[in-house]
Design a protein around this ligand. Structure first.
Ligand SMILES: C[S@@+](CC[C@H](N)C(=O)[O-])C[C@H]1O[C@@H](n2cnc3c(N)ncnc32)[C@H](O)[C@@H]1O
Length: 248
């Protein structure tokens, strides 16, 4: 296959290089990842993640695959909602994020229901028709081939299973978008430099948000991957969007 150029933030890199570059970003930020999320979003990422769970409405006895699961925020919320009567597989391709997540959940009461896997969203190490739910939170924009990741999601979901995608998106108001751009390009890389001692990684993070498909474009990609009843909700006026679809 030709090694075409793809976006890595606003830079163009060879397709074959991108996974390692993304991996380097998250290896570098793993130890400060949680604190940076709280600082950058003023804690609002917690509300967005809770809203994702509200819409998913997990039920006891279900299983979840949380892809690009990072330090386990979504997996834990799912288990909490099911009072531990559920199984969660967390998949992430950055070992440092998984290690941090494992340390963070050492004393978590449902930690035995959490299993961690180091793998790529485009090649999930699970058989077909396996999971009731598939979630990916702030992960899809980093994946080399979004279509492939969505096809994998579809493959591993059971018939009747559901996908929920939480991702940065496009604000519904252009003036607010300009204000938000000023904040994200002006402040976030600087916060990365001060708190995580890593300006470049946070520069990549804000740039990668701008390359991600808009709300309706992601709907189309989900439909192309086979999902039905695809809908989305804007959160915080479109700073992020939650997309839902079903394997029917
Ligand atoms: C911004 S973090 C999100 C972590 C977590 N889901 C959350 O919401 O806090 C993105 C995560 O995606 C992972 N990631 C990026 N590309 C991936 C891929 N192709 N396959 C699996 N994980 C990936 C990174 O290692 C990182 O842990």
């Amino acid at each position: 296959m030709a090694d075409n150029e793809v976006n890595f933030g606003f830079k163009k890199v060879k397709m074959s290089e991108k996974p390692r570059l993304v991996n380097d970003v998250f290896s570098g930020v793993a130890n400060n990842y949680d604190i940076m999320n709280d600082v950058m979003s003023l804690g609002i990422h917690r509300i967005w993640k809770n809203l994702m769970m509200d819409w998913l409405a997990p039920r006891p006895g279900q299983n979840l695959i949380d892809v690009a699961g990072g330090t386990g925020d979504i997996g834990k919320r799912f288990l909490d909602r099911c009072k531990g009567n559920a199984e969660v597989k967390i998949v992430d391709f950055t070992q440092e994020m998984i290690s941090f997540g494992k340390r963070k959940t050492e004393d978590y009461r449902y930690k035995n229901q959490l299993a961690w896997f180091c793998a790529d969203a485009m090649r999930l190490p699970f058989s077909n028709n396996n999971f009731h739910s598939y979630t990916i939170s702030f992960g899809l924009r980093n994946v080399l081939d979004i279509n492939k990741a969505l096809e994998e999601a579809y493959r591993v979901l059971r018939p009747g299973g559901r996908i929920l995608i939480l991702e940065f998106s496009t604000l519904i108001d252009k003036n607010l978008q300009r204000l938000y751009d000023k904040y994200s390009f002006g402040v976030i890389p600087w916060l990365g430099k001060v708190i995580a001692k890593d300006k470049e990684s946070y520069q990549y993070l804000v740039e990668s948000i701008r390359n991600f498909p808009k709300q309706n474009e992601l709907v189309d990609l989900m439909i192309s991957a086979g999902f039905k009843e695809v809908k989305y909700r804007n959160l915080s006026m479109g700073i992020v969007a939650l997309h839902s679809g079903w394997k029917l």
